[in-house]
Design a protein around this ligand. Structure first.
Ligand SMILES: Cc1cc2nc3c(=O)[nH]c(=O)nc-3n(C[C@H](O)[C@H](O)[C@H](O)COP(=O)(O)OP(=O)(O)OC[C@H]3O[C@@H](n4cnc5c(N)ncnc54)[C@H](O)[C@@H]3O)c2cc1C
Length: 464
């Protein structure tokens, strides 16, 4: 993996009988930030991760820290100013934590650029710039023969995401109980606490913060209906120098650029999981785009996925008494994960937070639900096309159930039942990673059906 760093070693702990004050599920930027803000509260806090901390989506991010996030302010309309203020606050919090805790995470102040390659989008760039300036931000012109229009801001940053998380976990080690390799399978309300059913046994907690990226429960939030998943492909290669800027365009074909030392990190080919489901081909396209634009063969290639709410705002807050969540950051979770840590800790500690109602996960609106039906329709269409292809893998239907049979490069046969245990979506083969991916909610399984990424909580069935 490109972002690679050693985390402090975490001793193996036994379950505790006592009721925890706070259980945090997930050791990415959201979970660790929440723990960080609670660390001096004298509460008994435990953080659970199904694997090692820091190895989820945050380990595959491009780690830009900026409030210039596509043309989001136009899209948010009357909600733009409040969202802008939240991002500014999150950036200053990140800087404050890094300085206070002396975390060496290669933080660098860089220009952040928004641009378009399409004539039709020039007016959107102009409008976004007007909006950013109306928030009293200084902007500057970006002129380059390769782009149609662009502007920049200079109060943006980039860093090494795992050095940051590793630094946070060092600060937390003496204050938080870490349970690594502990999958939380279920949460149940019982009297005035929750029971967490985990692979290590049951735990009790008065407050639970769900920071596991994709919440693994359907109720009480109907989360899958209000969100979709977007996937993006990242290619990295040495280019000999650091150009000290980050950039992103607003066109449907994504180009995201930042530098780390003398490496160029390029994100591209972003799509909804339910569309473009020939995942192997998407990888190939992203690699060939990299060669086309930068004339280099990528040294590192990976894909990563993030959650988007249909109204474009994250879900951060209380969903049920003493049950909290932070997710759906739309590809901007370095700021929003930090913000979630602040909001969730304030709610747990009964402190005022100016943004808590703005991001409330209980908000309801027509736009939150209506788009989900379009997604399902599109998925069914492309999925039917994929199933008709008769090659490796082969699909067979037995007693109405579809099985997939795949022959790997060593001629070994793998068989799985094609149904995702989470919400019964049919899985799609990812020929690049040789995995089975759920196009609806993002769960991933290896060739033999072993769970790699949730929200699913169990392996695939393989027997006929
Ligand atoms: C390609 C790409 C580029 C991006 N670039 C940027 C960027 O430049 N700037 C930016 O601000 N954002 C960016 N983002 C978004 C950002 O990286 C994510 O939003 C953020 O990292 C999500 O953090 P998280 O803590 O919510 O999730 P994660 O980092 O995934 O952490 C969740 C943790 O929960 C654990 N877990 C899951 N289920 C369970 C369970 N049942 N029990 C126990 N543990 C569990 C997982 O193992 C994982 O460690 C990017 C996203 C993508 C996809």
């Amino acid at each position: 993996m490109f972002w690679n760093v050693s985390f402090p070693s975490i001793p193996l702990l036994q379950p505790v009988d006592a009721i925890l004050d706070v259980a945090i599920i997930g050791g990415g930027i959201t979970g660790l930030s929440t723990a960080y803000y609670l660390k001096d509260s004298n509460l008994k806090i435990a953080l659970f991760d199904k694997g090692k901390i820091g190895q989820g989506v945050t380990s595959k991010t491009t780690a830009k820290i900026t409030y210039l996030q596509g043309n989001i302010y136009q899209k948010l309309g009357s909600r733009a100013k409040e969202y802008f203020l939240s991002q500014k606050m999150a950036i200053s919090e990140l800087l404050r934590i890094i300085e206070k805790e002396q975390i060496s995470c290669d933080l660098e102040q860089v220009n952040s650029i928004l641009f378009t390659l399409e004539d039709d989008n020039v007016s959107k760039i102009t409008r976004e710039r007007e909006l950013v300036e109306s928030f009293s931000c200084h902007t500057f012109d970006v002129v380059d023969s390769k782009i149609k229009a662009g502007f920049g801001i200079n109060d943006s940053y980039v860093f090494h995401p795992l050095k940051y998380l590793s630094g946070l976990s060092k600060v937390l080690l003496s204050k938080v109980l870490f349970y690594e390799n502990t999958l939380v399978q279920n949460i149940k309300r019982c009297e005035d606490y929750y029971i967490l059913e985990t692979s290590l046994g049951d735990f009790k907690a008065r407050n639970v913060a769900v920071a596991c990226h994709y919440p693994f429960f359907l109720y009480p939030n109907f989360f899958p209906l209000k969100t979709y998943i977007q996937r993006e492909y990242v290619n990295v290669s040495k280019v000999g120098s650091n150009k000290h800027y980050s950039a992103i365009n607003i066109d449907s074909n994504l180009h995201s650029i930042r530098f780390y030392n003398d490496y160029l990190i390029y994100g591209s080919n972003r799509h909804k999981l339910t569309s473009k489901i020939d995942y192997g081909k998407n990888y190939e396209k992203s690699k060939s785009d990299f060669k086309k634009y930068f004339h280099r063969v990528p040294e590192f290639t990976w894909m990563n996925q993030d959650i988007v709410s249909h109204d474009l705002l994250p879900f951060i807050g209380e969903i049920f008494p003493h049950l909290f969540m932070g997710t759906a950051y739309r590809g901007w979770g370095i700021t929003n994960g930090t913000l979630a840590g602040k909001i969730l800790s304030d709610l747990i500690l009964h402190r005022e937070n100016e943004f808590s109602s703005f991001f409330s996960p209980c908000r309801m609106s027509v736009s939150l639900f209506s788009n989900s039906f379009l997604g399902v329709f599109h998925y069914m269409k492309v999925y039917a096309e994929a199933l008709w292809k008769k090659n490796n893998p082969y699909y067979i239907r037995i007693n109405g159930v579809i099985y997939a049979i795949y022959e790997d490069k060593e001629y070994k046969i793998h068989k799985i039942r094609l149904l995702c245990p989470h919400m019964k979506c049919n899985l799609v083969f990812n020929s690049f990673d040789e995995t089975w991916d759920c196009p609806c909610h993002g769960s991933r399984f290896d060739l033999d059906g072993k769970l790699m990424e949730g929200p699913a909580k169990e392996n695939l069935k393989t027997s006929i």
